[in-house]
Design a protein around this ligand. Structure first.
Ligand code: SAH
Ligand code: SF4
Ligand code: F3S
Length: 456
């Protein structure tokens, strides 16, 4: 059956284009989609306008992400008018929202395929439905299986994402993720270790383990490793130079995990630890299940173990009922901790979540004004933290060319700082020494002072 589809794709030199929204989960899902499409003969299109298959991998974490997407899907009608054989597909988190998949196909008659995050491996069957049977396809029903061995096409820049746990059981009251990504399911540690080993043998130096709450890793498995044990095994059994993970929840950051810092050579001196709010009453309403004091304690312990650790976070302002006093607690926490960087968001109401039904939603002006005030504090700590790097020599894993300046390439330090410098495209995928000579809020600049480093 797949052979018929493959033959058609190869004979007609068909091309694909994917537009990806949202978080690293979606970025990595798109790598799997690329892998599957290329395994059945598709080539990557130079531009969207030439593509025979266009896929939108969607996100619904905030309302504005969703609105933007509807606009962009609408714009594809012209593509279909010009290229009637083109196939249009929508996948990702948005399609897993209640009634959304049917709504999408009703509203946009030219959308041929709609599929959820657990159906990626069935893409060849869906293409068969459309190309051979002339049907539209919708594959979005609940399915909690884990599909191992899916062809994956990663960008070859020395670093790679590896899923360790899917879904989320935390139900923070503002968040749509547990509804669209389902319950927590961990991959077997043997499968993860095998994947990491293969990637290292292919030259990958940096691995980022992915999960909505990596600390829950293994709790749904029998006789397997916990998250800290998994980190230790990866460090011990593989050649990975830099090990990272996203995202860990402050309520589950155990002593066992803290003990990995400063102990495992590959574990990077960086943690992304979303705090969301500095007010205990807001944290309770968010169902985060930790206090501001607990969070501050964690950052102190991390800094005691690894003095140069960089700590980044996510913060939501304008949660329902957030008073000026509660907001000032967030400002105060941000000043006290001094984050290396933070993603700051205005609360966005998501239908079906507990917070959507709470009273006292704030008006847009108040929310935007608080966001602007918080961003001033964050920017200032980013500048302070970055200025510590001035004059220092850092090791940069080079991930690509920078488009703005000719000959400029860039990458990241172990502490997740972006560093740009004049280099060669042959530096991409390597770890090089760079002396920092200019610091800005988002980026460090410097000059290369050595060839590839063997250490990380
Ligand atoms: N699993 C991760 C976060 C995933 S979503 C964690 O638990 O930390 C990424 C970020 O989006 C969240 O940390 C939160 O800051 C933000 N976010 C999630 N839902 C939101 C909403 N309804 N409105 C505004 N920001 C939201
Ligand atoms: Fe959302 Fe909370 Fe789960 Fe993170 S831990 S994905 S914020 S419900
Ligand atoms: Fe968005 Fe889904 Fe990630 S909703 S933030 S793409 S898990």
């Amino acid at each position: 059956m797949i052979e018929t589809v493959k033959a058609k794709i190869v004979q007609n030199n068909l091309t694909y284009f994917i537009e990806t929204y949202g978080c690293q989960m979606n970025t990595h899902d798109s790598e799997k989609i690329c892998g599957i499409l290329e395994s059945i003969g598709y080539c990557h299109a130079q531009s969207k306008k030439d593509a025979d298959l266009i896929l939108f991998n969607t996100c619904c974490i905030r309302e504005h992400a969703e609105e933007r997407l509807y606009g962009n899907i609408g714009a594809l009608k012209r593509h279909k008018d010009k290229k009637p054989n083109a196939i249009i597909g929508v996948c990702g988190c948005m399609t897993q929202q209640k009634d959304t998949a049917e709504g999408l196909q009703k509203r946009f008659k030219f959308v041929d395929i709609v599929f959820g995050t657990n159906k990626i491996h069935m893409l060849p069957d869906m293409l068969h439905d459309v190309m051979i049977d002339g049907k539209r396809a919708a594959y979005t029903d609940e399915d909690a299986s884990i599909n191992e061995g899916v062809a994956t096409k990663r960008k070859s820049n020395g670093s790679a994402y590896v899923n360790i746990i899917y879904g989320c059981n935390n139900y923070c009251t503002y968040c749509i993720v547990p509804y669209v990504r389902g319950a927590e399911r961990s991959r077997k540690s043997a499968d993860i270790l095998r994947e990491v080993k293969t990637l290292c043998s292919e030259g990958v130096k940096e691995i980022t383990l992915l999960g909505q709450n990596v600390n829950s890793y293994g709790t749904d498995l029998q006789n397997d490793l916990s998250f800290p044990q998994l980190l230790r095994e990866i460090d011990k059994q593989t050649d990975v130079k830099r090990l990272r993970f996203m995202t860990s929840h402050p309520k589950d950051l155990t002593d066992e995990l803290l003990a990995c810092y400063g102990d495992l050579p590959s574990l990077c001196e960086h943690i992304h630890l979303p705090v969301q709010s500095g007010s205990n009453s807001v944290l309770t309403r968010m169902n985060r299940r930790y206090t501001r004091e607990h969070y501050i304690g964690l950052t102190e312990q991390l800094r005691a173990r690894v003095p140069n650790i960089s700590i980044t976070t996510d913060i939501i302002v304008g949660f329902p009922g957030e008073t000026e006093e509660e907001f000032s607690q967030t400002m105060d926490l941000a000043e006290q901790i001094g984050f290396d960087s933070a993603y700051t968001f205005v609360y966005s109401s998501r239908p079906g979540t507990a917070a959507a039904d709470m009273s006292d939603h704030l008006d847009q002006d108040t929310k935007s004004e608080r966001l602007a005030r918080l961003n001033v504090v964050i920017k200032s700590s980013m500048r302070d933290k970055n200025s510590l790097y001035d004059g220092q020599i850092v090791k940069v894993l080079v991930d690509g060319a920078r488009k703005r300046t000719d000959g400029e390439v860039g990458g990241r330090t172990r502490t997740a700082k972006t560093v740009n410098f004049l280099g060669e495209t042959s530096d991409i995928g390597k770890i090089v020494n760079v002396r920092i000579n200019k610091v800005k809020v988002h980026t460090l600049y410097g000059e290369k002072i050595g060839e590839e480093m063997t250490d990380a």
